[in-house]
Design a protein around this ligand. Structure first.
Ligand code: TTP
Ligand code: MG
Length: 354
């Protein structure tokens, strides 16, 4: 299909509110009006998440417990109870599947649903999203936020628009108006590095982005330039993938100028490493690490990767792999990744041998 035309679809993105913290507060209501976080309280421990009261103090996911307590001395930090969150996750997945078989979970608390062909509620995705939120509340006593839009990237933005316990709808006829003022760092695939690069080019909103020719964007961002071109116009033709199993997770950056400077490259490795840790933390309960790899693209566009077996995310491994790939030629791109295996694989094989 012509990818400049949005395929006709109705997508709902559901995201539970402050998920781990909300489950803990539900199970101990005396915590309801206090700042609560879940994660490591020890000196080097990192928070998984916190409730919205704690967020007012500047506490956030991936922050060290120590810094969080400096910002909010009354913060209650509870240990992680993954088995419980997984159970709730299963239960909300069951609700999703009542409305469509096309459910793509992104993490324990988040999923895309394609309800294009659901005839319930006069085929209104908005009413379906409301009903899903109602059922989650009724069954689990937890709030979820939902976004409804003609595609995945807009639905995901929409679910965050009225968080917590909110619903936001971007009907097809509002897409053009909605994206004009949308900040580029909200776009799918635009992380810290790309956002900085765009800001340096004086591009802050999709409106700014729309002024660039496709050829310019491809020149500056490679293949991703095409995605940027489409997203800035509110178009995203990715399908909801109900059978998705992650095999790997990676982050990468293209240097604004090719470089052979070791310090510059390792500084970027540090940044990418932090990004990767954050991304992995969100899915850590579902996937185990079985290897780490690094990718380098040289000035002449040739790529090489180096890999090591590993069961955790270890920065020294990446630095060691980097030294294997660096020669004296300049590089244009650096990527870090982990190879994953599903956490349930072992459980399944145990069952098979029972
Ligand atoms: P999120 O949906 O990103 O966050 P949240 O549900 O806590 O809050 P929000 O209301 O903004 O959606 O992540 C879901 C869960 O994943 C979160 O409750 C805890 C876990 N998580 C981590 O363990 N580490 C992280 O860095 C992040 C972002 C999340
Ligand atoms: Mg959430």
């Amino acid at each position: 299909m012509n990818d400049l035309i949005q395929r006709k679809q109705k997508i709902i993105h559901i995201d539970m509110d402050c998920f781990y913290a909300a489950v803990e507060i539900r199970d101990n209501p005396s915590l309801a009006n206090r700042p609560v976080a879940v994660g490591g309280a020890e000196a080097r421990g990192v928070l998984c998440t916190c409730n919205y009261i704690a967020r007012r103090y500047g506490v956030s996911s991936a922050m060290s417990g120590k810094i969080a307590l400096q910002k909010c001395p009354e913060l209650i930090i509870l240990p992680v109870n993954m088995a419980k969150y997984k159970e709730v996750s299963k239960s909300i997945q069951q609700i999703f599947h009542q409305f469509t078989p096309l459910v793509e979970p992104l993490s324990l608390d988040e999923a895309y649903l394609d309800v294009t062909d659901n005839q319930d509620f006069s085929n209104s995705a908005t009413l379906i999203a409301d009903e899903i939120r109602r059922q989650i509340w009724q069954k689990e006593n937890l709030t979820a936020s939902a976004g409804v839009a003609p595609n995945k990237f807009l639905a995901k933005i929409a679910s965050g628009w009225n968080k917590p316990n909110g619903l936001f709808v971007i009907p097809p006829e509002n897409v053009e108006r909605f994206v004009v003022d949308l900040e580029v760092n909200k776009l799918f695939g635009v992380g810290r590095v790309t956002a900085e690069k765009l800001h340096k080019m004086n591009i802050n909103t999709c409106n700014d982005l729309q002024k660039l020719a496709l050829s310019d964007l491809i020149h500056k961002f490679g293949k991703f330039g095409h995605t940027l071109y489409l997203q800035s116009r509110g178009i995203d033709n990715r399908l909801v993938n109900a059978n998705r199993v992650r095999k790997s997770l990676s982050v990468e950056t293209t240097f604004s100028k090719d470089t052979a400077n070791y310090q510059q490259i390792t500084a970027e490795l540090d940044n990418l490493y932090l990004d990767l840790v954050n991304r992995y933390n969100k899915i850590a309960s579902e996937y185990l690490i079985k290897g780490q790899y690094i990718k380098v693209k040289y000035k002449d566009f040739k790529s090489r990767t180096a890999e090591i077996t590993s069961h955790d995310l270890n920065k020294e491994n990446f630095i060691m792999l980097l030294t294997k790939l660096l020669n004296y030629s300049e590089i244009r791109l650096l990527g870090l990744g982990v190879k994953l295996s599903s956490n349930d694989d072992s459980a399944e094989s145990e069952l098979l041998f029972d």
